[in-house]
Ligand binder design. Structure first.
Ligand SMILES: Cc1ncc(COP(=O)(O)O)c(C=O)c1O
Length: 216
């Protein structure tokens, strides 16, 4: 099982050649290629699923989190040839197929899988990246701003390594909720439809937090 973009592991996009190699190995050995897109899926990278950025198609894909837009649901997607083996009742779970959760997920797919939302993710991502790179340079805190779409990881420089938690706490003091992806990466995973004004306000707060933390 591969995350095409590791989330908790540091917002780390896989190399194109790595995913192509995994696909080729699976094909050569008649193995199934499984992508975990719980975090990278459902529009977060500017495509419905992250694998679409690579053109490497898995046999099985897991989806959850934003699939329900906040409502709890998870799903396993497969190629048609595999799906045929999952007839009704073969794979039961207590809440599986919950009608309310499925209705919510269906509505989410209808909203997210539109050019308006997916292209909007890329525009918003650009706004984040430009500003975050600027903050990184001004305060010497980031060696790299990486990720895809609105799954953004700011890799801390050597001097700030291991201190992502301090950025998190300082942001909270400035009334901003951010995330960390391990000790060395500050993570941003905002709403896919966040307003420009909210992006600017959030990043103003973040910059004030970084200024206080670095004593600049
Ligand atoms: C990549 C990835 N896979 C799986 C999970 C777990 O998902 P769930 O809580 O829906 O089982 C997470 C949760 O953070 C995740 O980031």
């Amino acid at each position: 099982m591969i995350e095409p973009i590791q989330g908790e592991g540091g917002v780390l996009p896989a190399d194109q050649a790595y995913l192509e190699g995994a696909r080729a190995l699976c094909d050569a050995h008649n193995a199934l290629l499984v992508f975990d897109e719980v975090q990278s899926g459902m529009g977060r990278t500017g495509k419905l699923f992250a694998y679409m950025n690579y053109g490497v198609v898995p046999d099985i894909l897991s989806s959850a989190k934003s699939l329900g837009g906040g409502f709890p649901i998870g799903a396993m997607l497969t190629r048609e040839a595999l799906a045929r083996h999952f007839s009704v009742g073969v794979h039961g779970t207590t809440y599986g197929g919950n009608p309310l959760a499925c209705a919510v997920a269906e509505a989410v797919v209808d909203v997210v899988n539109t050019s308006e939302v997916l292209e909007g993710v890329q525009l918003r991502a650009e706004r984040f990246n430009v500003r975050l790179r600027g903050i990184g340079e001004r305060y010497g805190v980031f060696s790299q701003v990486r990720g895809k779409g609105l799954l953004i990881g700011c890799v801390l420089t050597e001097a700030w390594k291991g201190k992502a938690g301090e950025f998190f706490k300082m942001a909270e003091k400035h009334d901003l909720m951010i995330l960390q992806a391990g000790p060395d990466v500050v993570r941003f995973a905002p709403s896919l439809v966040i307003d420009n004004a909210d992006i600017d306000e959030g990043l103003d707060r973040f910059e004030r937090a970084v200024a206080e933390l670095t004593g600049a």
